[in-house]
Write a protein that binds this ligand. Sequence first.
Ligand SMILES: [Zn+2]
Length: 268
Amino acid sequence: MPAISRPEQAPSASPATLPIRKHKFPTPKLRVHLDDISHEGSSVFLSNIKGNEDLETQVQNVLNLLYTPDSVRPGTRSVTFVLRQYPGLAYTTGTDLDDDHKEIHINLAYLTRVKEPRHEILGVICHELVHCFQWNAEGTCNGGLIEGIADWVRLNAGLSATHWKQEAEGEWDGGYQHTGYFLEFLEQRFGKGTVRKINDGLREGKYDEKKLFSGCCGGKEVEELWKEYGHELKNKAERAAEAGEKPTATEVGKTIPTDTPPKHEDAQ
Ligand SMILES: [Zn+2]
């Protein structure tokens, strides 16, 4: 299996080492539906993504970061990449007939606009694949946490986007990398496997925020942890300023959603 590509200017907040175990999980059937082969976006996708290696690699990254070989996993049996033109970027949905068959829709026009196509497309694929395999508290999970877990996996797969910034403005569940970096803070604070436990805590029953976070994060409430995270970022910025470094850690980053909400019920 080839190494995944690394960004040349990886954000400093990325984990120093990638904690991806190398267990080989069963891979679902991976299919592609190319709506318009003559579209420039089709060429961008096909010339940057090696179908027989990259997709499988990202599936294994997602499964290794969210599960151990003994974990109970969703019964996803196939993932179809649907490359077509629509207003949006990418989203994941179950098929109408059977939710074990997922579809990842990617907008062909968006593919023509990406600056570092291979890195960005792999990142989007990684994020969307998380939605194919994560638990969601029977559909009741906080959407910000769902999106945060997806970008936490993307971050740990070495595929963070160059515009991502770590920041603690607003609420903990703002979603995407905003929540993803917070989850990485929890992973470092409470130990490797913390986010895996959070995902497993979404396996059965309805979303219970208090129970979920206190069970995975030393009995604490998520709001308390978010404040701790804010203090940590502030301290980090002050240390960086003292050292004469540019305080990038507290720059307010723009959260750019990866997904367009699907028309029907499935996770975004
Ligand atoms: Zn998403």
